[in-house]
Design a protein around this ligand. Sequence first.
Ligand code: B12
Length: 807
Amino acid sequence: MTFREFLKNNIVYLDGAMGTLLQEAGLKPGEYPERWNVLHPEVITKIHREYYDAGSNVVCTNTFGANTLKFSEDEMEVIVQSAIANAKQAKEQSASQAEKFVALDIGPSGKLLRPLGDLDFEDAVTIFAKTVKLGVKYGADLIIIETMNDSYETKAALLAAKENSDLPVIVSNAYGEDGKLMTGATAAAMVAMLEGMGADAIGANCSLGPRQLRAVAEELLSNASVPVVFKPNAGLPKSVDGKTVFDVSADTFSDDVALLMKKGLRVVGGCCGTTPEYIRALTKKTVHFTPVPITPKNITVVSSYTHAVKFGDSPVLIGERINPTGKKRFKRALLENDIHYILSEGVNQQEKGVHILDVNVGLPDIDEVEMLRTTVCELQAVVNLPLQIDTSNMAAMETALRRYNGKAMINSVNGKKESMDAVFSLVKKYGGLIVALTLDENGIPETAEGRFKIAEKILNTAAQYGIDKKDIIFDTLAMTISADNKAAVATLGALRHIRAELKCHTSLGISNVSFGLPNRDAVNGTFFAMALENGLSAAIMNPYSADMMKTYYTYRALKGLDENCADYIAAADTFTLAAPASTAAAADTKKTADEFKSELQHAIIKGFKDKAGTITKELLKSTPPLDIVNQEIIPALDIVGLGFENKTVYLPQLLMSAEAAKSAFESIKAFVSGNEAKTSNKGTFVIATVQGDIHDIGKNIVKLLLENYGFNVVDLGKDVPPEKIVETVLNLHSPFAGLSALMTTTVPAMEETIRLLKEKAPWCKTVVGGAVLTQEYANKIGADKYAKDAMEAVRYADRVVESAGVQ
Ligand code: B12
């Protein structure tokens, strides 16, 4: 029986942990477990066999960290070959009567993808592809991609699996206590993306015990139309007598997992801390369970790297402003490659409350493939809304879908054969929700019936490609009423018909309807309300239009979709506002220093790197550099930091803000170094961010200021071990060591550095700083001086130099 056949009607038992068992067998800290496939095949085979004997149907090869970033291509081949051979041998040896399969195990690459880190998306695909090809070559039965905590990397791995094999693929992510991935994705968002790309089963593993992951399992079950995978840890790790132990026993673990199996889990196993005993307990308790049938959830959904947007509950707003049609300023931005303008249109529309952004960057004179790729990548770094890829250029569409971090909306397909063939093949591969226009080779039918017929044809053709009707949303084409006064009636008729008969969701580009008329917004607003009453699920619209927003909020309130009319009340006084302030700011007007200041905070909060640098340069003409740091850069980062703490901002946004702050700081640095020549040498100041901590913006500011006040600063960078700091202080006989720590978890490293410095270089004054420190804490860890900001560090060092005559 193939794995896919088995998965259809059975509960699948996976294995448990490998790493913790290898440590018990003697794997040393820092040693690569994957090498044990070759060095100690008997140990690996024994562990696999014990899992099969305990009732596992699938064991995962010992290849979690095997990739070409860690191993040479030659060594990779030997590792994967032996890993699969070990698992196959265990399969032969096991006396278990259960169906048995070998899964090629793929874990995270160990690097962060751009824009979070420096690994390019396509390079990640290539790295995973190499492992996949070896898995196929040496006969794995399926692939399991697991413990991924970034949706983008998960996509890269799944794409590599799909492009290089026909094997079934299980995809499992590591969710945190907040029920989200490290980079912010909810389980619903992951299901939307992974199902669209054709994962055979989707789930959660690692990070927490079965109880803490229960809500994630339930979210997966209510969204997924494929089997749900659950492979939690044996609870949380704790250290007992220097050994790591987990706090959930095999008995409790199996009870907790069994409870969720009754709700529908179909692929179960264990992660860190679990052993064959856990799997045995689980199989024993549940082997008689009847598998809960997998039911299609019929959810029409798109997703970004953080969340899913579902169609049907409440009207969905799709912002239309990233589109050159009829917009001179936007055309100019495209021709001049002014990506900032495009990004700010994205950010502004998000602030206005749209749920999805339409992205159209097609102009005759530009390279649309390149432009669309860049725009999608840059946009998803600064906004977390799902995107609607809007192009008729199929090469551009494919590049954008490939790079998109989520399940995109696709604008559009129509009833022409060539359009359907091109779009459906792309969607089959990358997933997506398709907007289907009800027109074909014969044009746009005048009647509602004609448009309905085309909709039926599109659905039938999509089905031949294996695309479900939940992934098609119909646009019945709003035509201008000034040319044909029955146009809106036909559009609305088709809309009603499609909703009622085909049960599909619908979308309309609203503004076409009013073309050629005065006060177009008035017509658009009313047409939008009529369309909603006739079954419109989503509108491509202008969120800066007060009439459109008025219709949206009043409709929701009147339809009982807005509890206590809370959203209406919150938005009511904005209905009269015109375009947002920052759009006006984009116009070339003269700005005051104050405007630049709040713009700088805005640029940092939104992560506009280039803009932050340029605004700072302007600001420096009228404001002292330190004021910019203290009144603009730090408060802006504090806002982002607070958002991060409250889980409204996720790591990618935090990172983009940090990049923008750094760019502002670079402008300040260039200005300061150009303006003030160093006048004296007051002595050496060794400075570093302590071990384990990579925050260095604050430390760099301190460095710049100290240099400008005549100190010779030796900057050791970030994540610096105590020994290196001490060694440098000793070599230079430095009178000062400045240490920065921004996290509670890295303050102990600061304490250790101070302890070593006191022991080896007692003359050296330790000056400490960083957001988490306080005077009290600084005293406790024995620092000579706590400086709350850079200026205080300079004043202190000056005082010491003056009073002691330090040189
Ligand atoms: C920007 C930022 C990042 C950037 C850092 C980029 C970089 N190159 O520095 C990125 C995105 C990479 C990042 C990563 C992480 N971050 Co962070 N980050 C921040 C943020 C928003 C701002 C920090 C900052 O630069 N502030 C501006 C500077 C100018 O201020 P400052 O550092 O305090 O410096 C001033 C003074 O303190 C003093 N000073 C600083 N150092 C020194 C040194 C000396 C010698 C002296 C005298 C004075 C001095 O002078 C400076 C100028 O006046 C803070 C939140 C916040 N409000 O602080 C979170 C924050 C520090 N990060 C946090 C976390 C949790 C993380 C991550 C673990 C997230 C994750 N899940 O991966 C990782 C950490 C990775 C690691 N191992 O270090 C938490 C820490 C929580 C805690 N209490 O422990 C914070 C507080 C956010 C939060 N509220 O949850 N982060």
